[in-house]
Design a protein around this ligand. Structure first.
Ligand code: AMP
Length: 207
């Protein structure tokens, strides 16, 4: 199975992706995670990506498309995967269509004004990448690996505003793109985490 999970920044893509890949034994491919681990390791890609990420802008299409082509050609992807944070532009979606046919694009539908508190509440682990919220994880320590949790640099208010604008202008058109292909599956992303997960499972089980 080849799936895409889409939605605005803060819509819960990362959290739902964890459930999906565990339940359906898919490889989780998050372009945001790949870029952040490259930034942490100080690679050329990481250095190139940092200025865009810190400004709430998208990393150029040619860079991301090259990265995805390489990742999808690896052996572990043969059993199926979930794309999280890719594609984010029509050009990226066209490049993906040229590589493979996907089974569905799950779109988490959210009220983006109400989402803003999710960024101030979000905490991530700099070591293992776990993402959580101060609402569910009251200690400042990663429940998975024990490192201290931090706030993502791009979760600062001015960057969040820009990320939401970038989403509206460059990524939201993909909703119509996948609708036209008959692949769009909308899920109400404003429900509780558990109810979103249940709705997502219902969608996948019907594929
Ligand atoms: P995310 O963790 O998915 O919110 O991604 C964090 C940041 O990484 C985004 O705000 C972009 O700057 C960059 N990024 C992640 N995925 C992509 C993509 N498919 N195309 C361009 N930039 C991306």
């Amino acid at each position: 199975m080849k799936l895409i999970i889409m939605g605005a920044p803060g819509s819960g893509k990362g959290t739902q992706s964890e459930f999906i890949v565990n339940d359906y034994k898919l490889v989780h491919i998050s372009t945001g995670d790949i870029l952040r681990s490259n930034m942490k390791a100080g690679t050329e890609l990481g250095k190139q990506a940092k200025s865009y990420i810190d400004a709430g802008q998208l990393v150029p299409d040619d860079v991301i498309i090259g990265l995805i082509k390489d990742r999808l050609s690896q052996d572990d992807c043969k059993a199926g995967y979930l794309l999280d944070g890719f594609p984010r532009t029509v050009e990226q979606a066209d490049a993906l269509s040229a590589i493979t046919e996907i089974d569905a694009a799950i779109n988490l539908v959210t009220d983006n004004e109400k989402l803003k508190t999710r960024f101030t509440d979000r905490r991530v682990c700099p070591e293992c990448g776990l993402s959580t919220s101060v609402k569910t994880c009251t200690s400042n320590v990663c429940p998975k690996c024990g490192k201290n949790l931090i706030i993502r640099d791009d979760d600062r208010e001015e960057v969040v505003t820009k990320r939401l604008q970038t989403y509206e202008s460059q990524t939201k058109p993909l909703v119509d793109y996948y609708k036209a292909k008959g692949l769009l599956k909308n899920v109400d992303g404003m429900q509780s985490v558990e109810n979103v997960a249940a709705s997502v499972r219902e969608v996948i089980n019907q594929l």
